[in-house]
Ligand binder design. Structure first.
Ligand code: CTP
Ligand code: MG
Length: 374
């Protein structure tokens, strides 16, 4: 048994209103077309995938048969039919717009086509009350929803039967493949559809897809930290984990590395673990003259003991000197290694204002994001 899936992706997405073909809009980093391709591959790595696209579309997913679509969905499906491999016996047609249809849905449709030899459409019961309305919007009649179903794609058929159906019906009378199939006198069954296989038509549909795909940052917390030290009289500054031999050192507890200390405070405050002053017993020999690494690793260990791990940290240094840019990368790598998550380092002067502007010392502020350990 060989399966092909025609993914129709040649529509313009007028109702979405983004001025780009809908199937090539990205949701959570992947285009709608790519998501459909991925679901088919997961369901059946050997299936032929025919992707029907607007003229001139690029880039395109790899490893698929690409065909240019027509002015209507019907024409686009017909274009896809012309590109099938000869050995295909089971054919599915899928709207790229239903980008969240699962691999399992594709598998179930194929199985049902094999089992019945009929056409198969996924469907959901209609939950809204349904009314017939006239051209003015006045309700003329209530419709019994128990006899209605909302149908989705992928729709599956024996290949030869769908080809025969398309060859025998008028192009403009049918809104989906099941309609074409039925108009040619053939049978279509329903199987349970998926709520997530909804058609992305409007911006709110796109937002719904986004919300389903991007996991909520459950349990994440942020913290902030600030540290300020005045310059001392000797050279040999420690800042952002690095030594700067030509620069004046910072006075204060340990090595005075205000950037590292701000990172520690940000991490600790994110988990409500107090601050560096509470962590470092003033007479604890472990911390006498210690450098940033000791404090940062201790803070991360306390974070983990409390059930959290860092996601990322930013630290900004405020001062006239030293120039950070030439060593930014070095500093970021070192701090990231100690934190165990990306640390970005930036710097600014204070336009000559305040203690930093007067060149009396260096301040740093940091922000940390943490999450519960799995
Ligand atoms: N489609 C197609 N060729 C067309 C029209 C539609 O391949 N000429 C595809 C769309 O890409 C979509 C599916 O058919 O995957 C369902 O169509 P629809 O949701 O209406 O998409 P669009 O036609 O792109 O959107 P709109 O009607 O808002 O312009
Ligand atoms: Mg359309």
């Amino acid at each position: 048994m060989t399966t092909a899936v025609i993914i129709v992706a040649a529509g313009s997405g007028t109702r979405l209103g983004l001025n780009r073909p809908k199937a090539f809009i990205e949701v959570a980093g992947l285009t709608l077309a790519q998501r459909s391709v991925d679901a088919v591959r997961e369901a059946d790595p050997h299936a032929q995938i025919v992707l029907v696209v607007p003229a001139g579309q690029s880039p395109l997913p790899a490893g698929v048969t690409v065909v240019t679509g027509g002015a209507t969905r019907h024409e686009s499906v017909a274009a896809g039919l012309s590109a099938l491999n000869t050995d295909v016996d089971t054919l599915l047609v899928h709207d790229a717009a239903r980008a969240l249809a699962s691999a399992n849905l594709f598998t179930r449709v194929v199985e049902h086509v094999h089992a019945t030899g009929a056409g198969v459409v996924p469907s959901l019961p209609v939950s809204d009350a349904i009314k017939r309305v006239d051209v003015h919007g006045a309700v003329t009649e209530s419709v019994d929803r128990s006899v209605l179903a909302a149908v989705q794609t992928p729709q599956g058929f024996p290949r030869a039967d769908l080809e025969a159906a398309y060859a025998s019906v008028r192009a403009d009378d049918h809104n989906d493949d099941a309609a074409v199939f039925i108009a040619s006198g053939r049978t279509v069954h329903t199987i349970p559809g998926e709520a997530n296989a909804f058609k992305i038509t409007t911006l709110s549909d796109l937002e719904r897809a986004q919300a389903l795909l991007v996991p909520v940052n459950r349990g994440h917390r942020i913290g902030s930290g600030t540290d300020v030290h005045a310059f001392g009289s000797r050279r040999g500054l420690w800042l952002a984990g690095l030594q700067w031999p030509e620069e004046l050192e910072l006075a204060g507890h340990s090595d005075g590395d205000s950037a590292s200390h701000a990172v520690v405070d940000a991490l600790l405050s994110a988990a409500s673990l107090g601050d560096i002053g509470g962590m470092v017993g003033t007479d604890d020999p472990k911390f006498a003259g210690a450098h940033g690494e000791v404090f940062i690793r201790e803070a991360v260990a306390r974070l983990r003991a409390a059930g959290y791990e860092p996601v990322n940290v930013t630290v900004q240094i405020l001062g006239n000197r030293p120039k950070l840019a030439p060593r930014r990368e070095e500093a970021q790598q070192l701090l990231s290694e100690w934190v165990g998550a990306p640390v970005s380092v930036s710097a600014t002067t204070t336009d000559g204002l305040g203690l930093m502007g007067e060149g009396k010392g260096i301040a740093a502020t940091a922000t940390a994001l943490i999450r519960p350990v799995d």
